[in-house]
Design a protein around this ligand. Structure first.
Ligand code: OKP
Ligand code: ZN
Length: 324
C-alpha cells in the first residue's frame, strides 16, 4: 500500500460553522491529516506527495460548470484568513469557503483520481488518498457537509472506464448523499453505505433503507442505516452484510470511503467503535474484499485520536489472512 498526500490541503482552513445561526468552531481542521500522516509514517508506509489539482475537464465529468464557475469567482474574492459562507450552490451552513478552498479541494480530488490511476495501471494494488477536504456529501452542483468535490465518486468514475465494475463501500458515520446520487441510475457503480440512521443524523434527507437506485441503477444502491448506534456487535454484523453485498456484485475495483467519525470519542459521530475495533474493520475489508482498491479519506473529527484510529485500521488492513 502507498499513501498519497497533498500538504497544501491546509490552504483550506474554515473557522466556524453555523447551527441555526449560532457559530461553532469548525470541526474539519488541517490537523486531522497531519495526525493520520504520522500514523502512516509509524507504519513505514511509502508516502508520495502529489500536488496535481484535478483538471477542469475531469471535474466536469461529475460536477456542473456553473457550480465550478461560482467556486472560482467566489474564492478569488476572499481575503486571506477570512471565510465566506456561500448562499447558493450549497445545502447547509457547515461548508464555508476560504481563499484557498477551491485549490485545496482540487488537490484533494486530484489525490483520489491519482490513486485510481495508479491502481488501473496495475502499479499499486491498494492506494490510500489522504483527501482533505472530504467529498462524499458533495453533489454535482452543490457543496455540503464540509465537502466541495466528490473525491470518492471521481475516483470511481476514473476506475469505471472501459466497462469496469466499481463498488464503493462508504464506512463514514454519515450517509454519502452525493456519492449515492451521482451513481443512482447506473449499474456499473455499486454504492453501499453503513451510517447513522438519517432520521436523527446528518444528512437527514437520504440514506434510508428503501433508497435502492433507479432505472438502470435499481438495486445498485444499498443503504444500511444503524438504528442502534453504540452496539459494536450490530455494527460488525452489518459490516459483514455490506461486504457480502459488494462480493455479490463481483466488482473489478473497490473504492473505500473511510471515515473515522464512527469512533466512540468522535465529537460529531459515534457508532461506538473503539480504537481496536478499527483493526477488525480493516482486517474484514482487506481479507474479504481483496480487489484493487482506492481508500479515500472522508470524516473523523477527534483530531487527537485520529492517528491511533488510522494506525489501528491500517495494521488490521495489512494483516494477511493466512488460513485461506
Ligand atoms: C462530514 B463527513 C453535528 C451536525 C453535523 C455536519 C457534519 C458533516 C460531516 N451536530 N455537521 O461525512 O464526515
Ligand atoms: Zn462523516
Amino acid at each position: 500500500m502507498i499513501v498519497l498526500h497533498a500538504p497544501a490541503h491546509r490552504l483550506h482552513h474554515p473557522t466556524v460553522e453555523y447551527y441555526n445561526g449560532r457559530a461553532e468552531p469548525h470541526a474539519e481542521q488541517p490537523g486531522r491529516i497531519d495526525n493520520i500522516l504520522d500514523a502512516c509514517r509509524r507504519l513505514d508506509l511509502q508516502i508520495r506527495i502529489v500536488e496535481q489539482p484535478l483538471s477542469r475537464r475531469q471535474l466536469l465529468t461529475l460536477h456542473g460548470r456553473h457550480y465550478l464557475r461560482f467556486l472560482q469567482q467566489t474564492c478569488r474574492g476572499i481575503p486571506v484568513d477570512e471565510q465566506l459562507m456561500p448562499s447558493v450552490f450549497v445545502h447547509d451552513t457547515y461548508t464555508p469557503l476560504t481563499a484557498g478552498t477551491l485549490h485545496a479541494a482540487r488537490l484533494s480530488a486530484g489525490l483520489a483520481v491519482a490513486a485510481a490511476e495508479l491502481v488501473v495501471a496495475g502499479e499499486q494494488r491498494v492506494v490510500y488518498a489522504l483527501c482533505r477536504p472530504p467529498g462524499h456529501h458533495a453533489e454535482a452542483d452543490a457543496m455540503m457537509g464540509y465537502c466541495y468535490f466528490n473525491n470518492a465518486a471521481l475516483a470511481a468514475q476514473q476506475l469505471a472506464s472501459d466497462g469496469r465494475r466499481v463498488a464503493i463501500l462508504d464506512l463514514d458515520y454519515h450517509h454519502g448523499n452525493g456519492t449515492q446520487h451521482l451513481f443512482y441510475e447506473r449499474s456499473d457503480v455499486l454504492y453501499v453505505s453503513i451510517h447513522a440512521d438519517p432520521t436523527d443524523a446528518f444528512p437527514y434527507g437520504s440514506g434510508y433503507r428503501d433508497e435502492r437506485g433507479a432505472g438502470e441503477g435499481l438495486g445498485y444502491t444499498r443503504n444500511f442505516p444503524l438504528t442502534r448506534p453504540g452496539n459494536v456487535e450490530a455494527y460488525l454484523r452489518t459490516l459483514r452484510r455490506a461486504i457480502r453485498t459488494v462480493q455479490n456484485f463481483r466488482p473489478d475495483y473497490l473504492v473505500l470511503s473511510l471515515g473515522f467519525d464512527t469512533y466512540q470519542g468522535d465529537p460529531i459521530g459515534n457508532l461506538g467503535l473503539d480504537v481496536a475495533d478499527y483493526a477488525a474493520v480493516g482486517y474484514a475489508v482487506a481479507n474479504n474484499l481483496a480487489y484493487p482498491t482506492v481508500i479515500v479519506q472522508e470524516g473523523g473529527y477527534n483530531v487527537m485520536a485520529l492517528g491511533a484510529l488510522a494506525e489501528s485500521f491500517l495494521s488490521g488492513y495489512q494483516e494477511r489472512n493466512t488460513t485461506t
